[in-house]
Design a binder for this molecule. Structure first.
Ligand code: NDP
Ligand code: GDR
Length: 369
């Protein structure tokens, strides 16, 4: 039985990858941070009672900023594959916590690689590094592929640039199986609530159900290449099954403006929008309702709030996954519309459940609101 160690197991990708690896028959070990509230909501359904023998999922307390902790866990687990998914992954927040982001996202990767080397596991343990399309930053050329120059535009992206190159360096210097997956944005119903797609699909659900008045967003003109996280974790695994380690882009090759995502997401709930104004004065109001949610025509549901603008923005991402398609046989299965439909349906269900509980006298304060 192969053993995988997943950092960032409590995040979106960690949850989908864990499901994927368990189905493949792996013994999965995950590193979770100590937190004052439970933070394992995305993986609780895989949890197995530690008192019952024969389980396949093990959780260890740890942190990418703590070398000795990482060395101990890697020594204990002796993993065949490490998926380094842990990171302070929010681009906007990285402008407020640049030093911590550099420590966790940049040096954190070095700590993992160094632990493997110091423990003499170079020939045994493969390392996957969660690299990102944010590395491309200021547009140099499109579509972006493995040879497109990088120009990071945030403390997050600069930290990930270090992580990218230290991964390449350990591969070249020590012959380690270490590879970068340069993944373009990928989303799902498990996406963190403050990333733009999930913020939008949650707002669609809450506005449709009368739980929220207005959605406030920043730059509506940015363009992103959005795929589904479920497809992308399979790509991570495929990279780790290669004979020789290489870096791969995973993307859909289709880019969409934030504004268009908003239109499609509201459309999934049968709400047709009309946009007016420009830049910070732009708004969207209800033009018509076709489904079960009847909002008043003319109701303003979206306003721009410059608070969400970034000091430096990444305007356009569109990836070329040709190498992954050809060498890994990887292909995204979900279309953008299918993914949006899944996310909107999931958030509507979530808030309908909260409403049902509330109307039956239960307190849902700490649930999802
Ligand atoms: P999430 O933000 O959903 O998950 C991040 C995970 O990292 C969480 O489990 C979080 O723990 C953990 N974490 C954060 N800081 C630390 C730390 N110091 N020590 C240990 N664990 C930590 O991100 P995603 O699942 O979306 O992304 C996974 C990885 O892929 C990240 O590295 C991200 O930067 C990268 N990436 C993501 C893309 C995307 O579109 N989703 C695209 C390209 C790259 P906790 O739950 O306690 O907060
Ligand atoms: P991104 O994702 O920065 O691409 O990083 P995010 O969803 O945060 O932003 C995408 C674009 O939407 C614009 N935007 C807003 N973003 C947020 N979060 N909130 C808003 O209100 C809002 N309004 C407009 C942003 O300006 C941006 O242009 C994600 C993360 O998962 C990274 O970890 C990962 O590396 C990259 O994707 C690829």
């Amino acid at each position: 039985m192969k053993k995988a160690l997943v950092t960032g197991i409590t995040g979106q990708d960690g949850a989908y990858l864990t499901e994927f690896l368990l189905k493949k028959g792996y013994e999965v070990h995950g590193i979770k941070r100590r937190s004052s509230l439970f933070n394992t909501g995305r993986i609780d359904h895989f949890y197995e009672d530690p008192h019952i023998p024969g389980r396949h999922l093990f959780l260890h307390y740890g942190d990418l900023t703590d070398s000795t902790n990482l060395i101990r866990i890697i020594q204990e687990v002796q993993p065949d594959e490490i998926y380094n998914l842990a990171a302070m992954s929010h681009v906007h927040v990285s402008f407020e916590t640049p030093e911590y982001t550099a420590n966790a996202d940049g040096i954190g990767t070095l700590r993992i690689l160094e632990a493997v080397r110091l423990l003499g596991l170079v020939k045994k343990t493969k390392v996957y590094q969660a690299s990102t399309s944010e590395l491309y930053g200021l547009v140099q050329a499109v579509p972006q592929n493995e040879t497109t120059p990088f120009y990071p535009r945030s403390p997050y992206a600069v930290a990930k640039l270090y992580a990218y190159w230290i991964t390449v360096n350990y591969r070249e210097a020590y012959g380690m199986f270490a590879c970068n997956g340069i993944l373009f944005n990928h989303e799902s119903p498990l996406r963190g609530e403050t990333f733009v797609t999930r913020k939008i699909t949650r707002a669609v659900a809450k506005i449709a159900l009368g739980l929220q008045e207005t959605l406030y967003l920043g730059n509506l003109d940015a363009q992103r290449d959005w795929g589904h996280a479920k497809d992308y974790v399979e790509g991570m695994w495929l990279m780790m099954q290669q004979e020789t380690p290489e870096d791969f882009v995973l993307a859909t090759g289709i880019t969409t403006r934030i504004r268009d995502f908003v239109i499609r997401a509201f459309g999934e709930a049968g709400i047709e929008l009309e946009f007016e104004g420009q830049h910070e004065n732009e708004t969207a109001k209800v033009k018509a309702c076709h489904g079960r949610f009847a909002l008043p025509v003319g109701k303003v549901v979206l306003k721009v709030d410059p608070h969400y603008y970034r000091p430096t923005e990444v305007d356009l991402l569109i990836g070329d996954a040709g190498k992954a398609i050809q060498k890994l046989g990887w292909k995204p299965r979900y279309t953008l519309n299918e993914m949006i439909a899944e996310m909107v349906a999931s958030d509507i269900q979530l808030f309908e459940r909260s409403l049902f509980l509330k109307s039956n006298g239960f307190n849902t304060k700490n649930e999802h609101e």
